[in-house]
Design a protein around this ligand. Structure first.
Ligand SMILES: [Mg+2]
Length: 271
């Protein structure tokens, strides 16, 4: 019997090109997944509104995970079996594990005042400022400000200042992670816990599943640790994220969606 795969993927710098946000180089692999009816589950630091934008472009109707595991969104009627969820938002049943974003941005402001280290969170930034920083157009940048469970931010300081900020975040019981461009302050959630929860629901429905996870940065590590086949794609320029050490990691040949395409084709064709 063929394996039942589930694919969890990061977006920025992984399925989407770091600079242009295109997934075009991964089209052959995306087509293969579609033909084989393999669920492609987006698992990103992006917001629900941003993910909905890219799901539409991808023609994707699978569940997804927003804001580094803060919310798991499952379309109504997707699973036959029942599962526990916290609330209904639009057409989704939502499992929430994130801390409300306003508490996180407030905590960050307090830390900045206390330490005298300048930080700037998404909630303080204008749409045009964000658009400039990320390379997103203003419409998409606007979607990235609609945050429920996390606050991305920049630190204006040196490594020592970053260390101080991270320590303070941990001290008040929140957590810090890092994506391709930004630091993030979070509650208890991470990508790995959300992947575990959603995989359990799939296994309850399908009987079994082999999970593949693809990422490019440190905030992907909890997700990569949770899946059967972890894949790290290259950063622009061909480097891999350092400090991600997993026994069974696959190093994809190619940056972002190029590596994504090559590795997914290899794994699925050889299965
Ligand atoms: Mg990324």
């Amino acid at each position: 019997m063929p394996k039942k795969f589930l694919i969890y993927t990061d977006l920025d710098g992984t399925l989407l090109d770091h600079d242009t946000y295109t997934f075009h180089p991964a089209e052959a692999a995306l087509k293969l997944l579609e033909n084989r009816k393999i669920p492609l589950i987006i698992c990103t630091s992006k917001t629900r509104a941003e993910i909905e934008f890219f799901r539409k472009l991808l023609g994707n109707q699978e569940p997804f995970i927003s804001e580094n595991g803060g919310g798991i969104f499952i379309p109504e009627g997707y699973f036959e079996h029942e599962f526990e969820f916290d609330r209904v938002i639009k057409e989704y049943k939502v499992i929430e594990s994130g801390t409300p974003a306003h508490s996180l941005s407030q905590a960050l402001e307090d830390i900045s005042l206390e330490t005298g280290i300048e930080v700037r969170g998404f909630s303080q930034m204008s749409v045009s400022e964000l658009s400039e920083l990320t390379g997103l157009d203003e419409y998409t940048a606007q979607l990235s400000k609609l945050r429920d469970y996390s606050e991305p931010f920049l630190i204006y300081g040196d490594d020592k200042d970053t260390e101080t900020i991270v320590e303070k975040i941990n001290l008040i019981g929140y957590r810090h992670t890092r994506g391709g461009r930004f630091h993030h302050i979070l509650g208890e959630n991470d990508k790995g816990k959300a992947v575990r929860t959603l995989t359990d629901i799939y296994v309850n429905e399908l009987g079994e599943a082999t999970t593949i996870g693809l990422g490019d940065s440190l905030n992907d590590q909890p997700m990569l640790r949770e899946v059967d086949i972890p894949v790290l794609v290259q950063k622009p320029g061909g480097e891999y994220q350092t400090n991600i050490s997993l026994r069974n990691i696959h190093y994809a040949e190619g940056a972002g969606p190029y590596g994504w395409n090559a590795e997914i084709l290899k794994i699925i064709m050889n299965s």
